[in-house]
Write a protein that binds this ligand. Structure first.
Ligand code: FAD
Ligand code: FES
Length: 368
């Protein structure tokens, strides 16, 4: 009886293994799409091995579409026009496409579209300026208990050309149980005038793959790979008044903008609201107040939402929104630059529109 059971188990597991092998072979055959051509803007043709996403096929050829979520289909940054060869729009794309884009049918998420045949796409020419950089960590500053400023120096002779406010995408390395690297977006916090290195301000997110790597594994002298510059969050060259609003690590791109303006000079009226929970979440406060002496009309206004008894805080408390009214003198001639969590961006945008600032003069980078 016992021998029969053993025999049955052996036969079953042999059948199981055989089926698994057949499935692997079938999978390989089915996903062997051979060489495929990617026609870009009708001007450039790439030959790639079919079967991978459009996003990774392009990045293998050093063409980097923005991909702030690292290809997880949640940021919509990788949208591009697919003229032919992209197949039907996938359920994973639909939530991130607007009604107009769904109706047109040619705007797609490059991280979701698989290249299985020749494909024709259109991408903005500016994408060709985005490059990969190898860099070494040369400085790590603990700004708060959960926020670090990290300086990356590029390999000899490498220089980045960016606009204050733009971001780069950092590629992590495997560590601990995380077996694959991921890509995440980080705003550049240093000024564009320094181009052989850059600084990022990175806030720890509990359980976060990249921020755990940065905060617990990255050390001075380590080498990393990053791509950039990306994004359309940058200072507009006008004479309008400016309201900056940032929370947490959202200070990064605003710091870059202010340091840049300090170099080129700026007479615009500017007010900078920084929202934080407690005094423990404040950083670079003296540096930001120092700009009040650099510019003829600049005020730095930190606001604490959870000021604690005995913390010595005498500044503003609550949310930042009630303080906007006093800072805005001519709403139609005011631009706003916002950076932080999606919740903060939504609430602040609504309040600024209520104050009369035109929606098209409110620029933001949402860190969600
Ligand atoms: C354009 C852009 C610029 C950005 N610039 C910066 C910057 O300058 N500094 C900076 O620190 N971050 C910045 N971010 C956010 C950054 O890209 C990552 O999303 C963040 O660091 C978390 O990455 P992670 O891999 O550690 O977490 P993940 O492993 O991606 O996420 C872990 C979990 O935490 C949640 N989560 C993700 N991000 C946050 C968050 N910020 N707060 C709370 N929960 C979160 C996720 O939903 C998930 O459930 C930026 C994002 C964008 C889109
Ligand atoms: S890379 Fe984020 S949605 Fe495609």
């Amino acid at each position: 009886m016992f021998t029969i059971i053993i025999k049955d188990v052996t036969v079953l597991s042999a059948i199981g293994s055989l089926l698994a092998i057949i499935m692997v072979i079938a999978q390989r055959r089915l996903s062997n799409y051979g060489d495929c051509k990617i026609d870009i803007n009708g001007k450039r043709e790439l030959v790639i091995k079919g079967g991978n996403s459009l996003l990774s096929s392009l990045s293998d050829k050093q063409i980097f579409l923005p991909s702030a979520c690292g290809g997880r289909g949640s940021c919509a940054a990788c949208k591009c026009k697919v003229i032919s060869g992209g197949g039907p729009i996938l359920p994973t794309e639909k939530p991130l496409l607007t009604k107009a884009e769904l109706a047109a049918g040619d705007i797609r998420l490059a991280c979701q579209v698989k290249v299985k045949s020749d494909i024709k796409i259109e991408i903005p020419a500016g994408i060709f300026n985005i490059r990969r950089f190898n860099a070494t960590v040369t400085e790590i500053i603990d700004y708060t208990y959960d926020t670090k400023g990290i300086t990356f120096k590029f390999a000899d002779g490498e220089k980045i050309d960016f606009l204050a406010g733009q971001y780069v995408q950092l590629e992590t390395k495997p560590y601990g149980k995380v077996k694959q690297g991921v890509i995440r977006a980080y705003s550049i916090s240093s000024k564009p005038e320094i181009n052989s290195s850059l600084q990022l301000i990175i806030r720890y997110v509990p359980e976060g793959i990249c921020t755990t790597w940065v905060h617990q594994h990255l050390k001075l002298g380590d080498t990393v790979s990053l791509t950039g510059p990306y994004g359309d969050f940058f200072l507009r060259d006008t004479d309008a008044d400016i309201i900056y609003v940032a929370g947490g690590s959202g200070k990064a791109p605003i710091k870059s903008m202010l340091e840049h303006l300090a170099v080129i000079g700026c007479k615009r009226k500017m007010t900078y609201f920084f929202g934080a929970r407690t005094t423990k979440d404040l950083y670079l406060t003296d540096e930001m107040h120092a700009f009040e002496k650099v510019f003829p009309s600049f005020e730095y206004v930190p606001v604490l939402s959870h000021s604690e008894q005995g913390d010595g805080w005498t500044g503003k408390t609550g949310f930042v929104m009630p303080y906007f009214k006093d800072a805005i003198r001519d709403p139609k001639n005011t631009e706003a630059y916002l950076c932080g969590s999606p919740g903060m961006i939504n609430a602040v945008t609504k309040a600024l529109i209520e104050e009369g600032i035109p929606k098209d003069k409110i620029y933001y980078d949402s860190f969600g």
